[in-house]
Design a protein around this ligand. Structure first.
Ligand code: UDX
Length: 453
C-alpha cells in the first residue's frame, strides 16, 4: 500500500495543551507521506487552518455537544456530554470516510479519551493513545489506577519504580489533593481502562530525558517515545526558516514580541507564562507583578485576556520601560530568542519540553495537575530550574521570593550551571528528534507498523 493511501485520524482532547503536540505529530506523519485528518471542535479549526505549514493536514470539525460560547455547568457535565456527542460524531465520520476513496486506516487518539478506541474498534479499526504528559506522570497515574498506589497517600512521600522519591507536593495535584477535581482524576486514571487493546502507546517525551521510567514502562507495554513534538526548525534554531506557530491564535503579537526582544541584550529578559488554562489568584498575581518589577531583568509576560483585570492598577504603564505584557505570544520564537535568559513557567508539559529543547533555564511555579511533578524533575533531576517556595498556608509566593529565584536563574554560579545543563538537554532533544534519533526511529517504526497492519 502507498503511504498516501494510508489515512490516519488524529483526535486530541480539545484544549491547546493537548491539540498543540498532537497537531505537530500530525504534521510529522503528513511529512512522511501519510494522509492525516485531525478532528477537533469548531472553535479550534480556524487557528489550526491558519497554522498550516508545508505539510497540510485535513481538519474535520466535530461537535462537543455545546453551542459556540455556551459554557458547561461543570467540568463533569462537559466531559459527560463531550464523550456522548463526540463518540457518535467520530463513528459517523469514520463511516462517512469508509465510503470515500480514502477510508481511515488507523486512529491516534488522546489518552484521556479511551472511549475513542472502543468506537474505533467497533468499526474494525486499530488505534494508539497519545500521552500529552510526561512518562513519569503517566506511570504515577497507572500505579494509582491499578490500585498499586493507594490514595489518599499515607505519609509524606511516595515511591514509584524507576523514579526518585517524591514528596506529596511533587505528586500531580489530582492525587495529592484528590477531592479537588474528582472528575479530572477519573479522567486521567481512566486512560488505563482499555490501553492494553491499543497497538502501542505514544508518549511525548524522549528516551534520554526520562531514561529509567521509559525503560520501566517499555518493560510493561509497547511504548514509543516520539517527542519532543517541536518543529525541527526550532530544534536547529534556524530561525530564518519558515515559522510554525502551532496553535498560537491568529499568530497574535508575533511582531510586537520579537521586535521588543530584538532591542534587548542577550539573556536579559525573563519570559513569564502560565499556559492556556492556569489562573492565578488576585493576591498571587500582584506578588508576581511586583516581583518582576523588583528583579533586575526585563520581562515579557503573557497575561491572558481574562486574567488582565487582576493586574495591579497602572502596572503596565508604570513598568513600560522594563516589561511588555501581552495576551498571547509565539512561545517557541520567544524561547528561541537570544534575549531570553530564563522562563518563569507553570511547568505545563509542553512548556517544560519546549524550554528544555531550546536550552532555557526555568523558574518553576507549578499550579495544578501534572505541573508539580514536572517542576520536581526540572529542579532536582534535570538541574535546569529553581522552584519557588510559598511563604504561607494559602500557598502565596511572595514578591521577594520571586525576585530571588529570578536572580538565581539569571545570575551567579547556580544560573550558569542551569544554563550548561539546559544546553545539554537541548542537544539531547535535538538528537532524539532528528534523523536516526530515538524518537525519530520510533516514529518510522510506528508508520511501518501501520502500513503493514
Ligand atoms: C495543560 C496542562 O497544564 C499541562 O500540564 C498538560 O501537560 C497539558 O495541558 P497548558 O496549561 O496550556 O496545558 O500548558 P502547556 O502544556 O505548557 O501548553 C501550553 C502551550 O501553549 C505550549 O505549547 C506553548 O508553547 C503554547 N503557548 C502558551 C503559546 O504558544 N503562547 C503563549 O503565549 C502561551
Amino acid at each position: 500500500m502507498e503511504r498516501s493511501d494510508s489515512h490516519i485520524l488524529v483526535f486530541p482532547f480539545p484544549t491547546p495543551g493537548h491539540i498543540n503536540p498532537m497537531l505537530q505529530f500530525s504534521k510529522r506523519l503528513a511529512s512522511m507521506g501519510l494522509r492525516v485528518t485531525l478532528v477537533t471542535t469548531q472553535p479550534n479549526t480556524k487557528p489550526i487552518e491558519e497554522a498550516q505549514s508545508n505539510y497540510p493536514i485535513h481538519i474535520e470539525p466535530i461537535s462537543d455537544g455545546f453551542q459556540p460560547g455556551e459554557k458547561a455547568q461543570s467540568v463533569e457535565v462537559y466531559l459527560e456530554k463531550f464523550q456522548k456527542v463526540a463518540s457518535q460524531s467520530l463513528a459517523q465520520l469514520v463511516e462517512k470516510l469508509a465510503r470515500s476513496k480514502r477510508p481511515i486506516k488507523f486512529i491516534v487518539y488522546d489518552s484521556v479519551m479511551p472511549w475513542a478506541l472502543d468506537t474505533a474498534q467497533e468499526l474494525g479499526l486499530d488505534g494508539a493513545p497519545f500521552y500529552t504528559q510526561s512518562c513519569a506522570v503517566s506511570a504515577i497515574y497507572y500505579h494509582v489506577s491499578q490500585g498499586m498506589m493507594k490514595i489518599p497517600i499515607e505519609g509524606k512521600t511516595a515511591s514509584f519504580p524507576s523514579m526518585p522519591l517524591l514528596g506529596i507536593n511533587d505528586l500531580p495535584s489530582f492525587i495529592s489533593d484528590m477531592d479537588s477535581y474528582p472528575s479530572l482524576l477519573r479522567l486521567v486514571l481512566g486512560r488505563f481502562s482499555n490501553f492494553r487493546k491499543a497497538k502501542c502507546l505514544l508518549i511525548n517525551t524522549f528516551d534520554m530525558l526520562e531514561a529509567e521510567v521509559v525503560k520501566w514502562m517499555g518493560s510493561q507495554w509497547p511504548v514509543k517515545t516520539i517527542g519532543p513534538t517541536i518543529p525541527s526548525m526550532y530544534l536547529d534554531k534556524r530561525l530564518e526558516d519558515d515559522k510554525d506557530y502551532g496553535l498560537s491564535p491568529l499568530n497574535l503579537n508575533v511582531d510586537a514580541c520579537i521586535t521588543w526582544l530584538d532591542a534587548r541584550d542577550i539573556g536579559s529578559v525573563v519570559y513569564v507564562s502560565f499556559g492556556s488554562l492556569a489562573s492565578l489568584g488576585e493576591e498571587q498575581m500582584e506578588e508576581l507583578a511586583w516581583g518582576l518589577k523588583r528583579s533586575k531583568g526585563y520581562f515579557l509576560w503573557v497575561v491572558r485576556e481574562l486574567e488582565e483585570q487582576k493586574l495591579p492598577s497602572n502596572f503596565i504603564e508604570n513598568t513600560a520601560d522594563k516589561g511588555l505584557v501581552v495576551s498571547w505570544c509565539p512561545q517557541l520564537d520567544v524561547l528561541a530568542h537570544k534575549a531570553v535568559g530564563c522562563f518563569m513557567t507553570h511547568c505545563g508539559w509542553n512548556s517544560t519540553l519546549e524550554a528544555l529543547s531550546l536550552g532555557v533555564p526555568m523558574v518553576v511555579m507549578p499550579q495544578w495537575t501534572d505541573q508539580m511533578t514536572n517542576a520536581k524533575f526540572v529542579a532536582d533531576v534535570w538541574g535546569v530550574g529553581v522552584r519557588v517556595k510559598a511563604s504561607d498556608e494559602k500557598g502565596i509566593v511572595k514578591r521577594e521570593e520571586i525576585e530571588e529565584c529570578i536572580r538565581e536563574a539569571m545570575e551567579g554560579e547556580r544560573g550558569k550551571e542551569m544554563k550548561r545543563n539546559a544546553e545539554r538537554w537541548k542537544e539531547l532533544a535535538k538528537e532524539a528528534a532528528t534523523e536516526g534519533g530515538s524518537s525519530d526511529k520510533n516514529i518510522e517504526e510506528f508508520v511501518k507498523e501501520i502500513l503493514c497492519s
